[in-house]
Design a protein. Structure first.
Length: 123
């Protein structure tokens, strides 16, 4: 689901409007809170990248998500080479966190941090 434009008024409609003003009643670190952070991030990504992330989050994409996450983490070890970099480590851990519960807390922290920084910058 993405942000859309109301045709008569031209105003932007955010399908996740509840989280814009804050999300009362959701415990920090819960699955709902983590999903809220992901929805918030997906609403701000370019459409093609957002579609790719949504596809990767599907349960049927597990066969792509796990090997990609492992390769990204392994590639981050080679960060001294020009193509590889440290940026691969958090991305790989985010992908692996979808399938491995111990990494979900890491995912939640990273997504919370991204959302806080974004809100501070765009005040």
């Amino acid at each position: 689901m993405r942000e859309s434009i109301d045709k008569p008024t031209g105003a932007r409609i955010n399908p996740y409007g509840a989280h814009e003003a804050g999300w009362a009643g959701v415990a920090a670190g819960s699955d709902e809170d983590e999903d809220r952070h992901l929805r918030w991030l997906l609403a701000r990504l370019p459409r093609r990248l957002g579609n790719a992330v949504e596809w990767l989050r599907r349960p049927s994409s597990r066969w792509v998500r796990i090997p990609s996450g492992i390769l990204l983490v392994a590639g981050s070890v080679l960060s001294f080479l020009p193509v590889f970099g440290v940026w691969m480590l958090p991305l790989g851990l985010l992908l692996l966190g979808e399938d491995f519960p111990p990494l979900r807390r890491f995912n939640h922290r990273v997504l919370s941090w991204i959302e806080r920084r974004w809100r501070r910058r765009h005040r």
